[in-house]
Design a protein around this ligand. Structure first.
Ligand code: GLN
Length: 345
């Protein structure tokens, strides 16, 4: 029991935690969190309020999507904001967005429980008498339909065209692509492959997104067809997992996942370490890597494979978020690498 803030109501979701110390606006608007109740380990959340959304060419500059995507928010203390560009408080924002939150929780104890027992389903409610039944499991629901666009959306005016298979893409990814001079065409994630190829893209991005990648065999098939066309492909997070499944690998549920803005990944070939942003509850280990792909990055803490490169085709993928948002920009060179491959093709 704690103190409710944000919207009134009752929501069910998978309870997961992030150890990010800042960036709650970007985190809460990341569509990959659909279906999840998010616990912040950082004790003070809300300090700098919530800004007016800023947009350039239809791409959001300071949020990852147009809405708060999590089902509910759990914090130790919700603070009064003080910042020049704060338009409203976390409480006001969550109220407008219809998302319930709770403060006054011993979040460190709760996170210890999640670490020991693994991510689990939970209920957040502003009404103690409301006891909905937990009759669904996060792992069994395809959330991509809730966050993927229903029709094509175009950003940028560059000479080279990229298709983004949009499973709930973070606007930070779009910004990195538009900023490198591409026309970016976002397509619904269940688009038939011939509709994607009819756009004549010079490269394809399979985006981040919510839920269990094993529920998306159609998307893996689309990936395989596009790979056969020998088009350059960049897979990010869910896109990395779909790549692994498409090429004959395996993706498993992790006990409590990686959600933070300071996770190390080590490049296998060079031994270089990059500090990166993560938000994933599924992952793969060396045994799960598909034939013809090699490990590009690994997390040195637990050995999770954090990136793959195809041995022959121009396909590379990252489990982490090279666009950061929020987080350090150590890995933004991955977009430069992809841009170079697309332009040389
Ligand atoms: N950020 C993402 O794309 C997350 C991918 C997937 N839903 C996972 O949790 O592992």
């Amino acid at each position: 029991m704690g103190c409710g803030f944000g919207a009134e109501g009752t929501r069910i979701g998978e309870v997961v935690f992030t150890t990010a110390m800042s960036g709650y606006v970007e985190t809460l608007t990341d569509p990959s969190y659909k279906g999840q109740i998010l616990v912040f380990s950082h004790p003070l959340i809300g300090n700098y309020g919530v800004p007016e959304p800023l947009r350039e060419d239809g791409v959001l500059l300071n949020m990852e999507s147009d809405h708060v995507q999590v089902e509910g928010v759990v914090v130790a203390e919700e603070t009064i904001p003080s910042k020049w560009n704060s338009k409203e408080s976390l409480h006001e924002w969550l109220s407008d967005e219809g998302v319930p939150a709770i403060s006054g929780i011993d979040t460190r104890m709760l996170i210890k429980k999640l670490r020991e027992n693994g991510s689990m389903m939970g209920i957040i409610s502003s009404n103690g008498d409301d006891k909905p039944s937990l009759d669904w499991r996060y792992d069994e629901v395809d959330f991509t339909d809730a966050v993927s666009p229903h029709s094509i959306i175009v950003h940028g005016r560059g000479e080279n065209r990229l298709a983004v298979v949009d499973c709930g893409v973070k606007h930070g990814i779009l910004r990195e692509l538009v900023g490198r001079g591409f026309t970016v065409v976002r397509v619904p994630c269940k688009s038939p492959v011939d509709e994607i190829l009819a756009l004549e893209p010079q490269g394809v991005i399979f985006s981040n997104g919510p839920g269990n990648p094993n529920l998306l065999p159609g998307l893996a098939k689309t990936f395989r067809y596009i790979a056969e066309e020998k088009l350059p492909i960049l897979g990010i997070c869910l896109g990395h997992q779909v790549a692994a499944l498409a090429m004959g690998g395996r993706v498993r549920k992790m006990k409590f996942g990686h959600r933070a803005v300071n996770k190390p990944v080590v490049e296998a070939r060079t031994g270089s370490c990059f500090v990166t942003t993560h938000n994933h509850g599924y992952g793969m280990y060396d045994d799960d890597v598909p034939p013809n792909m090699k490990v590009w990055f690994r997390n040195p803490d637990d050995g999770v494979v954090e990136g793959l490169i195809h041995e022959e085709l121009p396909i590379f993928t990252t489990q982490f978020h090279p666009e950061a948002r929020a987080g350090p920009r150590d890995a933004s060179w991955i977009f430069d690498k992809f841009a170079k491959v697309v332009r040389s093709g």
